[in-house]
Design a protein around this ligand. Structure first.
Ligand code: PBG
Length: 326
């Protein structure tokens, strides 16, 4: 016997061998593009902390949706930035409000060629920037918020959203949304639960993306980054309440959580590569410190390898284009 007996390098010798033996590969259909639409814009507006990402106008959003379809992207997740905000986020319920209108416009544009999903949360719509309404002492009132989420779900479903994505981390949110949808005749619409969503510094650039008014933080409702087991409880609760899909968020700093969830979840698992993850790679690439395309591909692949069936990423369309024409 010659030494060494096992030579893993044999299978790395050519591109054909590497390709044939590769365990994980990405496909455009499992990518979801998060997109922002801002009320009153006549053209797209750059988001400085997310180079390459914009706040869309109606027209530019429709174009982005069509490009996503052409690249084979699986879905689009819509976030609205309203012109006016109030304490209860009432613009979120208005059928002509920025998000509900965008859902309708995109659905009309792409039909069933792209899964149209909507962020179901109040933070973009409240003047205080929290994901729910406040009680007398300034805390986020869980159960009062749930009542609004139920109405938001129905408004978004009426506008044409196929997947509702509650991201506010209120206890019981999936259950009330499911009940409200069913009662309004939307039994066929699904719920993608932001199940394990952490109070993360990596949401930083998102604040600019939605012109958030938040002062303070979300630690009383989003999860503590130090907790691992608790993610499984959050997923179990959401499944019991009727979640059709679950999400772990952020992605890259939470791949252990993602692997845990993927191991126990009987429903599809997604992960959200958030604004700060995007900004880090773009900033390093802009400085010439990393190879942009390789870093993007590797980062999204790592999220898939950890267990995600679907990845929300701001690079969805560009990455899908690369995957189609390697
Ligand atoms: C809340 C929401 C946030 C993000 C998605 N949905 C912000 C937050 O929870 O503070 C962050 C997404 C990102 O950073 O890319 N509606």
């Amino acid at each position: 016997m010659s030494f060494p007996q096992h030579r893993p390098r044999r299978l790395r010798a050519t591109n054909a061998l590497r390709r044939m033996t590769s365990e994980y590969r990405l496909a455009p259909a499992e990518l979801i593009l998060p997109a922002f639409i801002r009320e009153g814009l006549s053209g797209p507006l750059a988001i400085s902390s997310m180079p390459g990402v914009v706040q869309h106008s109606t027209e530019s959003l429709k174009r982005a949706a069509v490009q996503a379809v052409e690249s084979g992207v699986g879905g689009i997740m819509l976030f609205g930035v309203p012109a006016t905000r109030d304490a209860t986020g009432s613009a979120s319920l208005d059928p002509e409000g920025v998000l509900n209108k965008a859902i309708r416009d995109v659905r009309t544009e792409v039909g069933d060629d792209l899964v149209v999903m909507s962020d179901l949360c109040l933070d973009e719509f409240t003047d205080h920037g929290h994901c729910g309404v406040l009680n007398a002492s300034g805390g986020v009132d869980n159960d009062a918020t749930l009542e609004i989420y139920a109405d938001m779900a129905v408004a978004q479903a009426r506008a044409g959203a196929q997947v509702l994505a509650p991201s506010g981390m209120m206890d019981g949110q999936v259950g009330v949304i499911r009940q409200a949808l069913d009662a309004a005749g939307f039994q066929e619409r699904s719920v993608l639960a932001y199940a394990a969503k952490y109070a993360s510094a990596f949401y930083g650039p998102f604040r600019e993306a939605v012109d958030s008014q938040l002062s303070g933080d979300r630690r009383t409702y989003q999860m503590d980054p130090g907790n691992r087991r608790e993610a499984l409880l959050e997923v179990e609760l959401d499944l019991a309440e009727g979640a059709d899909m679950v999400m772990v968020k952020p992605a890259m700093s939470y791949l252990d959580i993602l692997a845990d969830v993927a191991a126990m979840s009987p429903v599809p698992v997604s992960a959200y590569q958030v604004s700060g993850e995007y900004a880090m790679i773009e900033a390093a690439a802009a400085n010439g410190w990393i190879d942009r395309r390789r870093a993007i591909e590797e980062s999204v692949l790592s999220i898939k390898r950890a267990g995600a069936s679907m990845v929300l990423t701001y690079w969805a369309t560009e990455l899908a284009g690369w995957l189609k024409n390697p």
